[in-house]
Design a protein around this ligand. Structure first.
Ligand code: AHG
Ligand code: MN
Ligand code: MN
Length: 343
């Protein structure tokens, strides 16, 4: 019994343990980056608790406001935004934050301690699903402002996603899982154990299969896709080697992405001409596409618009939208070939 117990204790690695072990790989590290990740983990626990009891508290439904995206703001959107922003602000490690729920860049007031990290965040992704108890999530990206960088705050976020020093997401699903990636060593997932109040390592070294068999796309927009996009989707749904692919679409990007990351597959939100205001599709570069592209690439996957690597795009607007094709490397490369008219 004692031996068995020891094994289990040995296997229990909290996210804080893991973050600090990763930090040891960088002898000159100050611990600030680790602190940002730990603050994100704490905020995720608080949001998870609220999401889990949302049906019992007066926190479902809309606030009556409309955000910069022109979307109805859900009460959980506001709650998640407040929790992540306030915890990151008070930590003194952050210089500024771009959030889906804030039209302007969130700057740290002069009287509060400042750090060098720039955070991009979608506090609650998939929020249209909250009232139906469908999984939702949080997506985050982390950049480091070089000390003394004089760029105006507005320009600080006009940099490619390849400059992220870390990124990840939380999925509030059948369990709450936090996945983060750094340049130091892969992609790792942690499952929240509510009895401990700890995120425990559950998915070490996530690698995406180089080819999947799951297609994830909202076919409701088919009439407005490019012809090459339609041809690719029809190819995946036709008889052939490893085909037809299974079709799965949750409508929460984090849930669709996490499934494809773990099982393999391809998620597409292509440009579609349905909404003239959104010629590049609905998803936002800074706090949806770029953080997940970072995770995908660190796990051996790929992320593209069809002809441009997501992590190469330099935004000129903090709420810029981009087409997002993401998942298993060979599947994304197949789409790119169709998109370029080579198939
Ligand atoms: P958010 O709730 O942060 O606005 O994101 C919703 C996004 C994303 O989660 C999902 O992939 C996409 O909306 C679904 O869009 P459609 O309903 O147009 O398919
Ligand atoms: Mn979102
Ligand atoms: Mn959102």
């Amino acid at each position: 019994m004692a031996e068995e117990m020891n094994d289990r204790v040995d296997q229990i690695i909290s996210i804080e343990n893991h973050i600090h072990e990763t930090q040891k790989k960088v002898p000159e590290a100050s611990g600030q980056f680790s602190g940002v990740l730990c603050e994100i983990a704490l905020a995720a626990k608080i949001v998870s608790r609220e999401v889990r009891r949302a049906g019992l508290a007066d926190i479902l439904g809309v606030t009556g406001e409309v955000n910069v995206q022109g979307e109805a703001v859900k009460k959980l959107d506001v709650f998640a935004q407040t929790v992540f922003v306030e915890i990151l602000k008070r930590g003194g490690r952050v210089h500024a934050i771009v959030s889906e729920e804030s039209e302007e860049i969130i700057k740290i007031p002069g009287f509060m301690p400042h750090g060098h990290y720039l955070i991009t965040i979608d506090p609650l992704d998939g929020s249209s699903n909250t009232d139906a108890n469908i999984p939702v999530g949080t997506i985050f990206g982390i950049y480091r402002r070089t000390p003394g960088e004089l760029a105006e705050d507005e320009d600080l976020f006009h940099r490619p996603g390849s400059e992220q020093v870390g990124a990840g997401y939380v999925i509030y699903g059948s369990s709450t899982v936090l996945v983060y990636a750094t340049r130091l060593g892969g992609v790792h997932g942690f499952t929240l154990d509510p009895s401990l109040g700890e995120f425990i390592l559950s998915h070490p070294h996530i690698r995406t299969p180089e080819r999947g068999s799951i297609l994830s796309v909202n076919e409701g927009y088919r009439p407005w896709w490019k012809e090459n996009t339609r041809e690719y989707i029809d190819f995946l749904k036709s008889e052939g080697e490893n085909r037809p692919y299974l079709c799965r679409y949750v409508g929460s990007l984090v849930a669709d992405f996490h499934r494809d990351l773990v099982y393999g597959g391809i998620f597409l939100y292509p440009e579609n001409g349905k909404d003239p205001d959104q010629p590049h599709g609905k998803l936002r570069l800074l706090y949806e596409a770029a953080p997940l592209a970072f995770v995908a690439e660190e796990a051996g996957g790929k992320a593209s618009t069809g002809d441009t690597r997501i992590l190469d795009i330099v935004p000129d607007d903090i709420h810029q939208r981009v087409p997002l094709i993401i998942g298993s490397r060979l599947d994304v490369e197949d789409y790119e070939a169709y998109y370029r008219g080579e198939r």
